[in-house]
Design a protein around this ligand. Sequence first.
Ligand SMILES: Cc1cc2nc3c(=O)[nH]c(=O)nc-3n(C[C@H](O)[C@H](O)[C@H](O)COP(=O)(O)OP(=O)(O)OC[C@H]3O[C@@H](n4cnc5c(N)ncnc54)[C@H](O)[C@@H]3O)c2cc1C
Length: 468
Amino acid sequence: MAEVKDAVIIGAGSAGLAVAVGLRKQGARNIVLLEREDEPGGILRQCIHDGFGLIRFGEKLSGPEYADRFIAEAAALGVDIQTRASVIGLTRDKRVTAVTRQGLKEYQAKAVILAMGCRERTRGALGIPGVRAAGIYTAGVVQAFVNLRNLMPARNAVILGSGDVGLIVARRLTLEGCKVSAVIEKLPYPSGLPRNVQQCLRDFDIPLYLSHTVTDIKGDARIQSVEVSALDDEGIPVPGSAKEFPCDTLVLSVGLIPENELSRMADIELDPCTGGPLVDEFYQTSQEGIFAAGNVLHIHDLVDHVSVEGEKLALAAAEYIHAGKLPACPIRLEPGAGVSSVVPQWISGDRDVDLDIRVSVPAMDKRLTLRQGGVALKSMSYRKVNPPETIRVRLESNEINARVSRDQATRDQGIRDKETREQRTRDQAIRVVASGDQGNPGDPDNPGDQDNPGNPGADINIQVMIEE
Ligand SMILES: Cc1cc2nc3c(=O)[nH]c(=O)nc-3n(C[C@H](O)[C@H](O)[C@H](O)COP(=O)(O)OP(=O)(O)OC[C@H]3O[C@@H](n4cnc5c(N)ncnc54)[C@H](O)[C@@H]3O)c2cc1C
């Protein structure tokens, strides 16, 4: 028989730990945190470099030190953390199936929190030609070998991809005596944070080849070299540009993908821009009572932001556990020109909300503008914008021009249902009211909203875009 829980949290990385601690602080007693590994902490356990917690604690902590602070708090608050408990099933009605030390367990939860983190893109996803030899690893696997298992998988490595994990692994391997001949990046700019490019590559004289890629892998039982070619503006290898780099290891750092197998099982709608679930300002997914935070939602640059997200989610989930529902969020946020993603994707318009925004390409001296129905709600100047760095913008409720009338918002509780949302989008021209107008009380389709009177016909969705 299923064990009934107020909340089941899946994954005990920084997101899951912050949610568990937050829920306990809100008085939720009947919760369980399920973690498939032997210990809580998530990816932080293998990140023994420092640089964690600068915002939150004003200190440069290592990953394990940062995680330990939350693990200690969770223990002090009596959070039930079940390790070696792997969740293998999740349904829309919040039934969770886990393989645990006690065997197969079923939970029926009021709220489910997805905090499963992300996984790494592999060679198969890239289709790099060449031999299928030993010595090809993803960066996270190399990091786990070296930092968790004290094993050295390489003597002479080439790293493909300049994401943060690859950069950190380049430095780690160098410190352990491996020669890192090159970091190869297909884009004309690094994918990782500028501080990591400086501290992990330049400080160690590791060459970074931008607009290059690996076009062949050579070797026998073990790889012996990789062929690297320059790319033209279309991303096509330039004929005659190939150079051979001898190496025994190719490390792939070619992207992180939110881990959403369980989300798919529960028919949760995913955002093609982030790879994670579409969520509202309460971090609630398209399935009511199922929430998401951390790298499962979108790939984060800093752990401090993951923890804050988890804490905000905990407040909302506690409200949901208590009240059985949360306010409707009918306003859609959409990435426009120059913006690759915005989280959350749905907001109520009634509360201030922090938006996590990523741009598509690096640029200097740009404006980030939020527009609703063509009207600029907010515009900020940036000296520099960079895809790996999250831009955090607070959108205050009083800055929003058009919102769905409160009556409509209540009727739109079914907004979680895709069809209802599409219907509402089609109908919004007559349903939406914007502040500053009384609407038309004689018009049954647009009687106006006494709490929030306004213009009919405004476009309610908000576009986030980069402008000159
Ligand atoms: C190499 C690397 C370096 C970084 N460096 C920095 C840095 O210097 N500074 C900084 O601020 N941030 C850094 N970050 C970012 C930050 O560490 C992460 O964004 C953050 O820790 C992610 O937390 P999370 O809880 O979302 O995911 P994770 O830490 O990945 O946790 C997810 C957990 O869920 C568990 N899980 C998954 N599926 C299941 C399942 N089905 N059942 C049970 N459990 C499951 C996993 O085992 C894991 O423990 C770095 C990240 C990486 C990868």
